[in-house]
Ligand binder design. Sequence first.
Ligand code: SF4
Length: 488
Amino acid sequence: MTGLSKSRILAHRQCPKRLWLQINRPELQEESSGATARMAAGTQAGEVARGFYPGGVLIDSEHLSQALDDTLSVMALGDKAIFEATFQANNVLVRADLLLPDVNGYRLAEVKSSTSVKDYHCEDAAVQAWVCKNAGVEVTRTEIAHINNGFIYRGDGNYQGLFTHADISELIAELEADVPDWIAAAQDTLAGSEPVIEAGEQCDDPFPCPFWSYCCPEKSVEDGYPPEILPRSKVLAAQLRAEGFDDLRKVPEERLNPAQQRIRRVSITQKAEVNPQAGEVLKDLAYPRYYLDFETITFVVPIWVSTRPYQQIPFQWSCHIESAEGTIRHHDFLADGKNDPRRAFAESLVEILGNIGAIVVYNQTFEKSRVRELAADFPDLAPALDAIIDRIFDLLPLAREHYYHPDMFGSWSIKAVLPTIAPELAYDDLEVAHGMMAMDSFAEIMRPDTTDERREHLRVELLKYCERDTWAMVRIAQFFQQGGQHAS
Ligand code: SF4
């Protein structure tokens, strides 16, 4: 029998093939930066949660038998909170985030960096509670300690109120009864050969599976167009795949709505479709035109006064300014990472954007939300910031409505559109190539142990990346205004 852990059982709950691959073909895993960030957020939240129980004992031995013994030793003391308390039952190992002394037993609390209780937390806690109880622990109640998104950090390291403890004991009672079946099913899977399971909705529920590239190697024109490229159509894609459609081009047209039909049509003809109306819309935009993009960073545990968990804190902008005569200038701002960047960001933005001209962004919800938040944070700048919001023009819906190229594979993200219009500007020459990497790079700049040399290197890469985003918008706008001819 293979030893199981809570995470292995949950991997099996997501997809039996995932667990089988995890044990037998771990080299095929590709962890995303999202997974790494989630893990880092979880670690950070866990550390802060422990701080509320002074005198608590962390079980940190890497050796299983030592960790099990240490846990029992601390429990024998009777009144200590235990962090990472380790138990084993029925060949399943768990480590409990918080085991808190209670009248006649212990409260079992799992710390989660999300802002509410999710269904998958309940399965997670059910396994945890079942193993603890079967290892002889009197569990008086089971809780999820999740982030309270109404918390505002007031400084001085005071995080009282950051967590909400939700009692889920009743919610998981029935699930606990199912745990022995989950364990048996996982053992059965591991005793057999690789399960034959098609990719489907389970692949990113509750999280993207690290074996996606193995199960669904990236599609190119030669390989075909899987139904999963249809945007916001997960259910339909799963249905089509279940019916045996592995290529969108084979799906009957009448199964698709007009937007989906265009993707199918272009995938068949291999000819981009550009509606000249896009250019007409752009011709009406006032000069000077400001092509603008922001980068932000978030913290599950806020570090700057008057910020919330997961608040998107802007630290960088790039702006290309196009005059009516056709000249283009570039400006940018990148915070030094030493303290809260919001005020300097807002002031520099107000200064560069002036009072007239269209402000062109790609996906306005993001930029408008950040500007609104800055206006709320700095009332003296609010009139100028509100005026910026009124001038914003969004290039994304225009592209979505009027343009599609077979190489976009169902995506209108700027990274999907740009290479089809200006292939020489694809992001693959950049060290920082997407928003998550930008956030990680800025986090590294902020770290006190980062060398000056490394910090300077990261700054250069961040500036290059954000500049590419706004230059991309310039090129996309030129492309539409030239009726879909490749801009120079
Ligand atoms: S990618 Fe999908 S099908 Fe493949 S192992 Fe993961 S969840 Fe299962």
